[in-house]
Ligand binder design. Structure first.
Ligand code: HEC
Length: 181
């Protein structure tokens, strides 16, 4: 718009003839008016307000829900922490192992909010007995017990993948590099 206003003023300076001034003015004005919707559209495309710009709360929550994804996002974090936990035990850092083990529980529980259909297997295979057993194994700060706990955890992860029909997940370095040698 600023460019248009400058063009209008330049035309005013140059033209002394009133008729050509009026024609020139109209042409530039029409051109400027045509630019307005274009500018508005550009602003909409470049907006960063992908939640607040929506008209209703339902639409806003739908966007958040979609963005927070499903169980894959949960498992991505669980996998990352599992590897860190494995390394923590190799380093005899039991506190770090306990830390990641606690976060894995929170992460899975939050994931079940998103995907309640996974709850039955998660509870039966992982949360009910495996999780507290493994926690006490790490808490013992005894090397042998802690490693026993880790392999119990690993088996539970893999068993749940099998039960949830995603056993191909088990066939990757995270699991085959962390098996009993
Ligand atoms: C409810 C049973 C269940 C438990 C318990 C479970 N998982 Fe999973 N995991 C799944 C499911 C289901 C998927 C596939 C998710 C999808 O398709 O959206 C998955 C996917 C994964 C993935 C792939 C994620 C990705 O998108 O890259 C990893 C890694 C993973 N799990 C690691 C683990 C580890 C490590 C543990 C144990 C600490 C564990 N899982 C425990 C059910 C489980």
């Amino acid at each position: 718009m600023d460019d248009c206003i400058q063009i209008i003023f330049k035309r005013v300076e140059k033209n002394t003839d009133h008729i050509s001034l009026a024609i020139g003015f109209s042409v530039v004005l029409v051109f400027c008016l045509m630019m307005i919707p274009l500018e508005a559209k550009e602003e909409a495309i470049a907006s960063k307000h992908w939640i607040t710009e929506m008209e209703t709360n339902t639409e806003r929550f739908e966007r958040i829900e979609r963005y927070l994804r499903g169980f894959d996002q949960t498992m991505w974090e669980v996998g990352e922490r599992y590897e860190k936990l494995y390394q923590a035990l190799k380093d005899d850092n039991f506190d770090l192992a306990l830390y990641h083990w606690a976060k894995i529980k929170v992460t899975i529980e939050n994931g079940l909010m998103k995907r309640p259909a996974r709850k039955m297997n998660a509870e039966a295979i992982f949360l009910s007995t495996t999780w507290p057993d493994v926690n006490s194994a790490f808490n013992s700060k005894n090397n042998t017990k802690a490693w026993k706990g880790f392999f119990k955890a690993r088996s539970a992860c893999m068993a749940c993948h099998f039960a949830e029909k995603v056993s191909f997940i088990n066939d990757q370095p995270m699991f085959y590099d962390s098996q009993l040698k």
